[in-house]
Design a protein around this ligand. Structure first.
Ligand SMILES: [Zn+2]
Length: 475
């Protein structure tokens, strides 16, 4: 048994049983993987003392939606890539045109995990197509991981700019589903003890109804979280409404996919979204009444000119909101800033979302979505997933309100130390478990291979420079 005490923390965001509150001059002690004390004057035996006098201590952040294998290779490619006939979304064209090889995915995941750890993420939902050794990578990283191996009945195909076509293959979807369940069971039994799984049919429109029904049963039977991409684009909304006469959220409700344990990524294009001019106002209530959660990842959509249109509206409806990093950068603190600002801009109302709301979503909200009451909070009995922020860092000063300094200005630059399950994984801003610089080099080489192969995959046979031109002409 090892007990660590962060002594006399100048500021801490502590959980009082109902909400996060600031406290001054507190000791935070943890023995092995669990917090044993939050308050003044810890009197127990201590093996490791950490000076907290210039520190803001907060619970580790919980990221409930990410694609860390593939997204890092999209840096410089997707920020301004969109398709007008797809209402700005580049999702379908990008997914068809750009293929990252396995070495690239191995490099990408290491880059992304290093970014995530450095920005204070301690629990991650990793939505990916696995490679051999994926779970061992999770264990090596030190992250607390919800492994979500993806599968689908259909693959997207394009023959023009405006219509999504599907190559259906029920057998392939079934095979991937069975493999995913096997991998989830391996995660749950992994000796590191920090891995769990999420049942993850990739998209609402690419999976057959049978596969979706069996997926939700596999999740519910074993008390596992369930997630899928839903209401993430206008083309998807139009496709589902034409095919089923229901909004994607209504369709999910009809299939029995909603309920506690279900995480909807991203539930942006619900019936009342202004881009749809749909006449019903049922979707928010369906999500809220069912107890489902929403994974809110504002950055990629904002680059298309799209927003969730008021995060505050979802929170006031009673929906459990969590935050995710759906693209590069995998910077959870910047994602929280974007979530706050875009909600206010879209609502035209400063008060629609507070910093406390966003912090709650990125901690306890995410934990609730994953069915955990021992994560996302500094309280005795909670897991020792803890972030120390340097109040003396120039980006934090003046640190009148540490969360505001951290979220609106400093971000990861002020994150010094991160503990997960009581083990230190970031020390003085450096990730101890991964080699970010080496991975970044391998990623650059893999991106070059991905881009040179683009003409073989793009539906028009275009070069990468035509699909996604550089931001300035070369000349
Ligand atoms: Zn996603």
């Amino acid at each position: 048994m090892t007990t660590t005490c962060i002594r006399s923390a100048a500021w801490a965001a502590c959980w009082d049983g109902a909400r996060h509150v600031y406290r001054h001059d507190v000791d935070i002690a943890f023995t092995d993987d669990a917090i044993v004390h939050v308050g003044p004057g810890f009197a127990g035996d201590v093996d490791i003392e950490v000076d907290g006098r210039a520190r803001f201590v907060m619970p580790g952040l919980i990221d409930i939606h990410s694609h860390p294998m593939t997204e890092p290779a999209q840096k410089g490619v997707r920020e301004e890539h969109g398709v007008a006939a797809m209402y700005g979304s580049s999702l379908y064209e990008r997914s068809v045109a750009f293929h990252l090889d396995e070495d690239g995915r191995r490099a990408g995941i290491e880059v992304a995990y290093a970014e995530l750890l450095a920005s204070g993420v301690t629990t991650l939902a990793d939505l990916s197509s696995p490679f051999d050794g994926w779970l061992d990578f999770h264990a090596q990283s030190g992250m607390r991981v919800y492994a979500a191996p993806g599968y689908a009945t259909a693959l997207w195909r394009l023959e023009n700019d405006q219509e999504i076509l599907f190559d259906w293959n029920e057998g392939r979807g079934r095979q991937q589903f069975e493999a995913a369940l096997k991998l989830i069971a391996e995660a749950e039994n992994h000796p590191c003890g920090r891995l769990r799984g999420i049942v993850y049919p990739a998209q609402i429109e690419t999976c057959s109804e049978d596969l979706l029904r069996d997926s939700i049963a596999a999740a519910r039977d074993a008390a596992r979280p369930f997630t899928t991409h839903i209401a993430q684009s206008v083309p998807e909304f139009l496709l589902i409404t034409r095919k089923h006469g229901k909004t994607p959220i209504e369709y999910a409700a009809e299939l029995g996919l909603l309920g506690p344990g279900t995480i909807l990524g991203h539930a942006i294009f619900i019936d009342q979204h202004s881009w749809l001019h749909w006449s019903t106002r049922r979707d928010l209530g369906l999500i809220a009444d069912s107890g489902s959660s929403v994974a809110h990842c504002p950055t990629p959509f904002s680059r298309y000119g799209q927003t969730l249109e008021d995060l505050g509206r979802y929170i006031r409806a009673g929906i459990t909101m969590g935050i995710g990093t759906d693209c590069s950068p995998h910077n959870m603190l910047e994602e929280m800033r974007t979530a706050a600002i875009l909600a206010r801009v879209t609502a035209g109302d400063l008060e629609t979302v507070s910093t406390a709301d966003v912090f709650h979503a990125a901690t306890v909200g995410g934990a609730t979505a994953l069915g955990r009451d021992d994560l996302g909070r500094l309280a005795p009995g909670a897991k020792a997933d803890i972030v120390l922020v340097d109040l003396a860092d120039v980006t934090m000063q003046p640190a009148r309100d540490p969360l505001r300094s951290l979220i609106y200005t400093a971000a990861e630059r002020a994150v010094r130390d991160v503990y997960i399950d009581g083990r230190q994984v970031v020390a003085d801003g450096k990730v101890l478990t991964l080699d970010r610089a080496d991975a970044a080099g391998r990623l650059a080489e893999a991106q070059a291979r991905m881009l040179s192969a683009t003409p073989q995959h793009d539906w028009q046979g275009r070069a990468a420079e035509e699909v996604s031109p550089l931001s300035l002409p070369v000349g």
